[in-house]
Write a protein that binds this ligand. Sequence first.
Ligand code: ADP
Length: 240
Amino acid sequence: EVNKRLKEIDSNRTEFVSIVAHQLRTPLAGIKWTLDMLINGDIGEMTLEQKAQLMKILDTNERIIRFVTDLLSISRIESGRLEYKFTPVNLNQIAESVLLDIYPISNKKQITVNFRAKGISIPEVAADTDKIMAVFQNVLENAVKYCPVGGHVTLDIRNKGSEIQVSVADDGPGIPKDEQKNIFKRFYRAPSAVKMQSEGSGLGLYLAKAIVEGHGGKIWFESEANRGSTFYFTVPIPKK
Ligand code: ADP
């Protein structure tokens, strides 16, 4: 009886998160739309200073949109409603496009991003493009986010025969041993990370793990305090 009740509470909570996230999506999209118009000068020319301030609001708005999207994905995962559309995907191409996306942040922090497998041919995997892209985004963004200014990030993609293995290594602060067991937990942010980087929801790696496992792969990391971190994930190569 207690178990039944707990399940009910849990499912109500998931549904509540889903409703809130859905309700926030439309107004946030409206704000984005209006800000875009203002910045483009569609309503009247803006001074550079005004544009710069609006860009900051746009940035914050984007962050909220991403958080709300993550919340929606989580409520879908927890209610078993996260659906995958598998198509043949080249992970090297996905990596290239995500690297372009994060370039503004890595460039701003003068972080050298080395893509070892650039241009190397690898077999396609069966993947949901948007979802696997989000995994690359989360892991690469974390590497860049937690790296100090002038740090180094290395992305590698290898054909391991039965699977493709992606690795993202950084020379950032690393993850202390006692915090490692919690890293993939929902909303978890290591105290050491919160101190240096105030932004983050603690949802990225939880989602990444669910998505990688939804593809039949694994995700893990190796890290030591002050000696950087390497995150790995695999996606199986379909048998011919
Ligand atoms: P967040 O939004 O906090 O980045 P994530 O789920 O992506 O959430 O990561 C969870 C926690 O794992 C982070 O708060 C941080 O403590 C730790 N972490 C993730 N990636 C790294 C990294 N490359 N270097 C150091 N710590 C990391």
